[in-house]
Design a binder for this molecule. Structure first.
Ligand SMILES: C[S@@+](CC[C@H](N)C(=O)[O-])C[C@H]1O[C@@H](n2cnc3c(N)ncnc32)[C@H](O)[C@@H]1O
Length: 275
């Protein structure tokens, strides 16, 4: 791919998904587009990189951009990733929310959830904490740009290898074995996670009520500072006062420029308190 074509793809990717493609990512883009072409043999719009770019530009349905999103996103995730966040959520955040929320309606958003491991870890903690408490409604929204990973999340089937890091009690209570030796999240937990496609670059967020907790981890590393600052501002707008924001360990937000107080590395709290 020549430099000019790469720059045109990179501009489209940044403009639509926030993801930066610096020059050293050219080989990555080439290999992802090569795979896309191979997986879709015979489609004229994918016959060459030039044809694909033209198709995306002319396509009004959003399908071309969705294919580009699938090709370019990186979905690496695993159960209990950055485990100290989960223990803080379980030991500090949930007991605090139980005491503070008066109407029993607790809302967590797992933004950029990838294949669902992060969301299900939160779901198991919510179920352990609130499952036997009468009068509680705990909503867990899991969103991602990629439809493919959301399908995996909805099915909730994981390898034995990936589930083995979870406590035995969870493996037994929240999973059943499939005939091919995998682990599937039990229906009652799967139905508690709402998987939806959502682009974090959406100019106006459509949520009716603010969340008490937002997890948005290991996606802002792909964004530039301005995009990240704008997103953090929107998270503040869609968090209850006193609500928590968890970001990835290698990510930072400028708390002097934002509405957040620092709690501990990569955990922030929106200024104010629940009313
Ligand atoms: C590396 S994974 C992180 C998964 C999980 N949060 C974790 O920390 O393990 C990054 C995810 O962000 C998603 N993503 C990238 N750009 C996005 C955007 N603009 N809007 C929503 N999701 C996006 C990707 O599809 C991918 O699943």
């Amino acid at each position: 791919m020549n430099q000019s074509l790469f720059q045109q793809f990179a501009a489209l990717v940044t403009q639509n998904f926030g993801i930066q493609l610096p020059p050293e990512k050219k080989a990555l883009l080439e290999s992802r587009l090569f795979k896309l072409k191979n997986d879709n043999m015979g489609r004229p719009e994918l016959a060459s990189d030039e044809a694909f770019l033209k198709y995306i530009r002319e396509d009004k349905t959003g399908k071309g951009l969705a294919m580009l999103a699938e090709a370019i996103t990186t979905h690496h995730t695993f159960f209990m990733r950055e485990a100290d966040h989960f223990s803080f959520y379980e030991k500090e955040v949930l007991p605090y929310l139980e005491k503070s929320i008066r109407d029993g309606d607790m809302r967590t958003w797992c933004a950029a959830s990838s294949t669902g491991e992060e969301a299900y870890t939160l779901a198991m903690m919510l179920e352990d904490h609130f499952g036997s408490l009468p009068g509680w409604e705990t909503t867990l929204l899991a969103t991602d740009l990629s439809k493919d990973v959301l399908e995996i999340g909805k099915n909730g089937v994981y390898s034995a290898e990936s589930v083995k890091t979870l406590p035995a009690l969870w493996q037994n209570s929240y999973f059943h074995r499939t005939i091919d030796g995998k682990y599937q999240v039990v229906d009652r937990l799967r139905h508690k996670v709402l998987f939806r496609r959502f682009n974090l670059m959406t100019p106006v967020f459509p949520f009716k009520r603010p969340f008490h907790v937002i997890f948005c981890r290991n996606v802002m590393i792909y964004f530039d500072n301005t995009t990240r600052d704008n997103l953090v501002r929107k998270f503040a707008e869609f968090l209850e006062p006193g609500g928590y924001l968890f970001i990835g360990h290698s990510e930072v937000i400028d708390r002097h420029k934002s509405d957040f107080d620092y709690v501990m590395p990569s955990i922030y709290r929106k200024k104010g308190a629940f009313t």
